[in-house]
Design a protein around this ligand. Structure first.
Ligand code: F0G
Length: 479
């Protein structure tokens, strides 16, 4: 008998009822949202796979921790608990809490980047790149080529291409590069990990040139799981040990604890350099709040301290990634084009291939996210041309090679039946894919346009031509 490789190491103690919608409800809701899933109201969403950020279910221990909130303005007991956990898990001396990841990115970018600097990274993340540019820097992608190929089975598509990095250092000079930004389990590449060896070698190369390395360790726990599964010599090592190794190579990290950290809000910057840490605390006071609360309540710091520890539990991560793999395999087996290998925090549909009748100017990923919502109330996120924005110099739309729709799984939230509903909905849209209509902007914000942009279908009023019974229920009768 073939036995399951994983199952949830928890049971459900509390439920949050969901509203079931009809196709007519959804037709109205997506049109009101300007065909942007970010602008949907959550009450109109059945299964919310927009993001794994801040959407995780906390454990009973974390909820109990909320009751231990010490809401003193300065020197809260929860800060010292949180600080000791980060020091132990990540190994850095200085810990500065922030309201979320981008708060830490802001502080780091403002401290380290000057006008005209260059910041290499293994693919961009929207907020990270934005803060680097705001501080006067220019982001340069040095990820391996495999990361841009959705069909490549390379096991470490998050790796830095050391030759690209060397070439960049030669071209612009090390003194123009304040630090390299190294993301663990690269979000925009599809949740793809870096190998421990590559992290080591990248940091060593940077340090030889006097360039610092700051990790974006937002999904480092998931990266540690892949290292343990895939990298020679790493089997059976505790995830906490692998994380300490990763952090020991770099100079510090920014973290959004809303992902692996299992909280609804929170983040931090951690580093070893005393002078930089002093500066970071100063900026924290200005932008976030006193350096012992960083824009968070004491209770949030407590929940984060507990969540960060739970995130390194092997059974937890195995079940978390097991869920993602389950959804990914169902889609793959049905012939739906998805990014290979299936990543850590979500399944990424190759919208360019899925909707190959739509030109890139009609934003296939944005259209597909709307069509999936319309079919079943499953909310996903565009990660393609709309997210990439415009080239700041030419003003032209950037069309990245990856034009993706992300189905991101919140941790400990949905059941396997929810995943089946999701897979079956996407398979249904896939069968009718030629009926999906492209989109054009009706409103385009200047910054991070994907959050608030509005669109309309290039023909007709719906994102999907109506060929079926529009009142078909989401679930088939045998469910
Ligand atoms: N770094 C990475 C890799 C992220 O994925 C995110 C957020 C951040 C930094 C910023 O953290 O949201 O706490 O300020 N990603 C979310 C997502 C928004 O949906 O992928 P934040």
């Amino acid at each position: 008998m073939n036995r399951r490789a994983w199952a949830e190491p928890y049971k459900i103690k509390m439920v949050e009822p969901l509203r079931m919608t009809t196709r007519a409800d959804r037709e109205l809701a997506i049109a009101r949202a300007g065909f942007n899933t970010f602008l949907l109201r959550s009450r109109d969403v059945y299964i919310d796979l927009l993001t794994d950020s801040g959407t995780n279910a906390m454990s009973d221990r974390q909820w109990a921790g909320l009751m231990l909130g010490d809401e003193a303005y300065a020197g809260s007991a929860n800060f010292f608990h949180f600080e000791s956990v980060v020091r132990r898990c990540y190994g850095y001396r200085h810990v500065i809490p922030t309201h979320q990841g981008r708060g830490a990115e802001h502080i780091l970018s403002q401290m380290c980047i000057k006008d005209g600097d260059v910041v290499p990274g293994n693919m961009y993340f929207t907020t990270t790149k934005f803060h680097q540019e705001l501080a006067g820097g220019r982001f340069v992608d040095v990820i391996v080529d495999e990361a841009h190929d959705p069909m490549s089975e390379f096991p470490f598509k998050g790796n830095v291409d050391l030759d690209k990095l060397k070439k960049l250092i030669d071209e612009v000079g090390a003194d123009k590069i304040p630090y390299l930004s190294l993301e663990t389990n690269v979000n925009m590449a599809g949740g793809q990990p870096c190998s421990l060896e590559n992290i080591h070698d990248t940091c060593a190369l940077c340090h030889r040139h006097g360039i610092k390395v700051f990790l974006d360790a937002t999904r480092a726990a998931e990266n540690c799981f892949f290292i343990r599964e895939r990298e020679a010599g790493q089997q059976d090592r505790p995830l906490a040990e692998i994380l300490r190794d990763i952090c020991s190579y770099a100079d510090g990290c920014t973290v959004s604890a809303k992902k692996d950290g299992l909280v609804n809000i929170g983040g931090f910057l951690a580093l070893n350099d005393d002078e930089l840490a002093d500066e970071a605390r100063n900026l924290c006071v200005v932008y976030e709040g006193l350096h012992t609360y960083g824009g968070l309540a004491g209770r949030d710091l407590e929940a984060m301290a507990i969540g960060l520890q739970e995130s390194l539990d092997y059974d937890h991560i195995r079940a978390r990634i097991g869920q993602v793999q389950y959804l990914g395999r169902r889609l793959m087996n049905a012939g739906v084009p998805v990014v290979h290998p299936i990543g850590g925090h979500g399944v990424f549909i190759d919208a360019g291939a899925f909707l190959d009748h739509l030109p890139r100017e009609q934003f296939p990923a944005q259209s597909l996210a709307s069509a999936i919502y319309l079919d079943s109330g499953v909310r996903s996120m565009e990660r393609g041309g709309v997210s990439a924005g415009r080239n700041p110099k030419t003003g032209k739309n950037v069309h990245p090679r990856l034009e993706l729709v992300r189905l991101t799984l919140p941790r400990r939230v949905y059941t396997q039946a929810h995943l089946d509903v999701t897979a079956e909905s996407i398979m249904a849209v896939f069968e009718q894919r030629k009926e999906v209509v492209g989109l054009r902007f009706t409103y385009e914000p200047k910054r991070m346009r994907f959050f608030q942009a509005r669109f309309e279908p290039v023909e007709g009023t719906s994102v999907m031509r109506d060929t079926t019974d529009v009142h078909e229920p989401v679930l088939s009768p045998h469910d």
